[in-house]
Design a protein around this ligand. Structure first.
Ligand code: PMP
Ligand code: GLN
Length: 386
């Protein structure tokens, strides 16, 4: 249990990137691309810098960006949000998640999510003095037990965070799963916060649709997303939230009294990004499919057990065939001895010491094919760690 910020320690993403640099390993750990965003977006950013977009932006985001995001969401999910008071810009999905939890939870309230979960959910709940409760997705197919979910919900439960496509597992929640979650959300009056940062990264035959598009769910859902993954700009930290007026109003208050506003030139540049034609997204998925297949076949060849991810840019691999080490030890071994870094899956669990024994690691394939080929060469070499 976390009782102090010191209990959280250094993020595994920071640690594994440092380890990669120190040991000159190929960094398939922290989730970021090793390639640039599309040239037209970079040109927009450069033009914004040289044309006066260098001072504070309006606290809720540049209006044309909010309009572009509302338009994009309308096109994707046939959902209509008013840019004026139902769309807001944050410093990454991270800040939007922090703001919604701070805005909606009182000390002692509960936030429910599926485990493994993206690590910051726990820290954000901690900041609000709320408790993160989890329902486990069972490997290897990452399904959950609906009865377990209903049991986890109490009168103190305020928010359910639903991350689909799901980091780290690559799972896309099926329509049946989403419908069953919707029923419970309605029955127990939960606000559903959807973390859709990987919304454009899905692989045939899977598709992503927002939970908010289910009948009756728009009124109780906050859609959170980010430009980071879709436009390959993880360093820009521009995210968004869309939802009912009153909830967005409360999130805006948290934002105004912490960050106040997000980086102006990056917001300006992203207006054009959200207006890119469909061919951009089709091409993005085509490239990511190729990257995924390359890494997946190397891992499988070596004897890792992997499910083909349905979405995201991550592959989860079980290494029990050739090592008895726990997942942190094995991740360090792979980084230092084999030259490829990864993330131990236990990072994404509440009970990390128990999860270390599951022997799962996560690889990121948001990399150039040359990087992935080099990593594949190392990963398929002759090694075993006992
Ligand atoms: N949610 C998930 C599931 C993520 O993987 C990440 C990492 N990018 C975030 C939220 C945070 O997004 P951002 O970088 O826009 O803050
Ligand atoms: N979202 C990224 C991942 O899952 C990492 C973000 C971070 O470094 N904090 O790898």
């Amino acid at each position: 249990m976390m009782t102090d910020w010191d209990d959280f320690g250094v993020s595994i993403f920071t640690r594994m990137t440092e380890e990669s640099l120190q040991h000159k390993a190929i960094n398939l750990a922290q989730g970021f691309p090793d390639f640039d965003p599309p040239k037209e977006i970079l040109e927009e950013a450069s033009s914004a810098l040289f044309n006066g977009f260098n001072q504070y932006a309006p606290s809720f985001g540049l209006l044309p960006l909010r309009e572009a995001i509302a338009h994009y969401v309308a096109k994707r999910y046939q959902l209509s949000y008013s840019p004026k008071d139902e769309v807001s810009v944050f410093s990454g999905a991270s800040e939007a998640i922090f703001s919604v939890i701070m805005a909606l939870c009182q000390p002692g309230d509960e936030v429910i999510t599926f485990e493994p979960f993206y690590d910051i959910y726990q820290g954000c709940a901690f900041a609000a003095k709320a408790t993160l409760k989890t329902v486990t997705l069972q490997p290897p197919t990452w399904e959950f037990d609906l009865t377990e979910l209903e049991k986890a919900i109490t009168p103190k439960s305020k928010i359910l965070i639903l991350n689909t496509p799901h980091n780290p597992t690559g799972k896309i929640f099926s329509l049946e799963e989403l419908q069953s979650i919707a029923k419970l959300a309605e029955k127990h009056n939960l606000t559903v916060v959807t973390d859709e940062v990987y919304e454009e990264l899905y692989f045939e035959p899977y598709v992503h649709s927002s939970f908010a598009a289910l009948p009756g769910m728009k009124e109780r859902t906050i859609i959170i997303s980010s430009a980071a993954k879709t436009y390959s700009v993880t360093g820009w930290k521009i995210g968004s939230a869309l939802g009912p007026k009153d909830l967005i109003r409360r999130m805006r208050i948290v934002h105004q009294h912490s960050v106040f506003c997000s980086a102006t030139p990056m917001q300006k540049a992203l207006i054009k990004a959200y207006e890119l034609p469909e061919s951009f997204y089709e091409n993005l998925r085509k490239q990511y499919t190729e990257r995924k297949n390359l890494l997946l076949s190397a891992l499988t060849k070596k004897g890792y057990h992997c499910e083909d991810p349905q979405g995201t840019y991550f592959i989860v691999a079980k290494y029990s065939e050739f090592s008895s080490l726990d997942d942190l030890e094995f991740s360090l071994y792979l980084t230092r001895q084999v030259g490829v870094s990864c993330i131990p899956l236990s990072t994404f669990y509440l009970d990390k010491s128990k999860a270390r024994k599951l022997q799962y690691i996560r690889f990121c394939f948001a990399k150039n094919l040359t990087t992935l080929e080099a990593a594949a060469g190392k990963l398929t070499a002759n090694y075993s760690a006992s």
